[in-house]
Structure formats: structure tokens, C-alpha cells
Write a protein that binds this ligand. Structure first.
Ligand SMILES: NC(=O)c1ccc[n+]([C@@H]2O[C@H](COP(=O)([O-])OP(=O)(O)OC[C@H]3O[C@@H](n4cnc5c(N)ncnc54)[C@H](O)[C@@H]3O)[C@@H](O)[C@H]2O)c1
Length: 265
């Protein structure tokens, strides 16, 4: 018996990266995963999961399009009778200094990272309220909530917004036995992290990844399966008394206070 047996779990941005790791982990724990992603790779992930004997459904859909999202969610509810878990994971990043960032680039990140979370939650929540049960997990970040690097004003704004959304929604829906929590990852090795490395140093992105790893007390970037395990805990009844908060998963990257003070044993 898995901790997510008989649960219907919607995961956005499930075609790669953290969303794929979350979907695979949920499937391992017995959930029927409903994968949403704008990339057609979402169908590959579904097929791979099915070939391993897991239950998965896939929709190629853009989280910024509420009409399409609602159609997919309504279809899933019709097919499976309920939605127990929603992981709002789909997200994008575009690096540019504040003065150089166009409004289009800003809005692109705001639309996917904030309105996308809003849209999917709006489509799923009525069913959770009706069932008096639900677990919502929102993907925030240490970026914007604890730390930031140059070029991240828009992205950091969106990730901080997700914490506000998480708390306010948790307060409203607690009476329906629905929990809402956020995950704040540090660097996880995903296509997004690889994209950041390329944008930071096009000729030697590996040096950027190595540089990130060297600043992490645990000495490496995180793995998507590690994010999946945390999401599975927050999506399961093991976390039944946890709501309106966030969990950092960063290998200790936000721990160092300085690079020059300290003794080694
Ligand atoms: N990788 C990291 O180091 C890291 C750190 C902190 C937070 N996060 C967060 O984790 C989440 C996933 O990041 P990742 O690193 O796996 O990214 P990724 O780019 O590797 O994967 C993101 C997935 O989301 C999908 N997606 C993007 N826009 C979409 C849209 N409009 N509609 C539907 N699907 C869409 C993409 O197709 C892709 O499959 C994001 O919210 C990101 O902000 C990542």
C-alpha cells in the first residue's frame, strides 16, 4: 500500500524537471497521476509510467488558458470522480536586469507562475470543496522568498507571490479539510537549471552548475526525485496537520552567512 493509493493527483508542468519527478514519485506511491503540460513530451511521460504498470492520464495544455484548463479538469473529474491532490508546479524563468526587462518578459513570467497557479486552482478547488478533502502543493522557490541573484526580479516576485497565495488560500479552505502548502527548492538539476546555466555562461554552462554546487553545503544540486518525495509527503495524509506553510529543500544552500567566517574540524 502506498501513501497515495487511490488518490487522483493533478501535476502541472509534468513533462520534465520537478513536475516529472513529482509525477513519478506520486505514481510510485499509488496515485493515478493526471499530467498537465504544454509540451507534447507529457505523452511520453504518461507512456513511460504506464509501461511501468502505473496509472496516468496526460493533457497537453497551457496553464495560462483557463478555458482549456477547466475542460481538462472537468474531464478528469468526469473520468475519475474526484481530484484529491493538485501540485501547481509549472513555471518559467527569464533572466534580465530590472532596467532591461521588457514588460512582455515580465508578464510572461507573471502569467505562467502566478496566473497559471490561480487558473488551475480555480478549476480544481470546487471539487475539493464538494468532497471536503484536498491537498494543494504550490511550487515556490528560495528565490524571492529568501535569496535572489541578479536578473531575477520578475521571477523572484512570482515565487514570493506564491507564498502569499498559499497562506491566504490555506486560511480560506481549512474549513473544508483542504491543506495548502508550498515547496521552496534551491537549485534542482532540471532543464530550467540547465537553461539558467546557459543564460549565465553560454560557452561553459557546466562551470555555472559546478559553481552552484560548490556553494551548497551538501555539495550538489538537488534531484527531481527528492522534490518528488517532499511533494508526496505534503500530498499525503502524513502531513494532515500542516497547512499554510512552506518547506525549504535546498541542500543547505541558504545556510551560509558569510564565506569567510568559521573554523573547520
Ligand atoms: N529547477 C530549480 O532549480 C528550481 C528551483 C526552485 C523552484 N523551481 C520551480 O519548480 C518548478 C518546475 O521547475 P523546473 O526546474 O522543473 O522547470 P523546467 O523548465 O525543467 O520544467 C517546467 C515544465 O513546466 C512546463 N510549462 C511551462 N510553462 C507552462 C505553461 N504555460 N503551461 C503548462 N506547462 C508549462 C514546461 O513545458 C516544463 O515541462 C517551477 O515552478 C520552478 O519555478 C525550480
Amino acid at each position: 500500500m502506498g501513501k497515495l493509493n487511490n488518490k487522483i493527483a493533478v501535476v502541472t508542468g509534468a513533462a520534465m524537471g520537478n513536475g516529472e519527478g513529482i509525477a513519478r514519485t506520486f505514481a510510485k506511491y499509488g496515485a493515478h497521476v493526471v499530467l498537465l503540460d504544454m509540451s507534447e513530451r507529457v505523452f511520453e511521460v504518461k507512456q513511460q509510467l504506464e509501461s511501468q504498470g502505473y496509472a496516468a492520464t496526460a493533457y497537453q495544455v497551457d496553464v495560462t488558458n483557463f478555458t482549456e484548463i477547466k475542460q481538462c479538469i472537468d474531464q478528469a473529474i468526469q473520468d475519475f470522480g474526484k481530484i484529491d491532490v493538485l501540485v501547481n508546479n509549472a513555471g518559467v524563468i527569464r533572466l534580465a536586469s530590472f532596467l532591461d526587462m521588457s514588460d512582455d518578459t515580465r508578464d510572461f513570467q507573471f502569467d505562467v507562475n502566478i496566473k497559471g497557479v490561480w487558473n488551475v486552482t480555480k478549476a480544481v478547488l470546487p471539487n475539493m470543496v464538494e468532497n471536503k478533502y484536498g491537498k494543494i502543493v504550490n511550487m515556490s522557490s528560495v528565490t524571492g522568498t529568501m535569496v535572489a541573484d541578479e536578473g531575477e526580479t520578475a521571477y523572484a516576485t512570482t515565487k514570493a507571490a506564491i507564498l502569499g497565495f498559499t497562506k491566504a488560500l490555506a486560511r480560506e479552505v481549512a474549513r473544508y479539510n483542504i491543506t495548502v502548502n508550498a515547496i521552496c527548492p534551491g537549485y534542482i538539476l532540471t532543464p530550467m537549471a540547465e537553461q539558467i546555466a546557459k543564460e549565465s555562461n553560454a560557452t561553459n554552462p557546466n562551470a555555472v552548475v559546478d559553481g552552484i554546487a560548490s556553494g551548497v553545503p551538501l555539495g550538489r544540486l538537488g534531484r527531481i526525485e527528492e522534490v518528488g518525495e517532499l511533494a508526496a509527503f505534503l500530498a499525503s495524509d502524513e502531513s494532515s496537520y500542516i497547512t499554510g506553510t512552506h518547506v525549504v529543500i535546498d541542500g543547505g544552500s541558504t545556510l551560509p552567512e558569510t564565506v569567510s567566517v568559521g573554523v573547520t574540524s
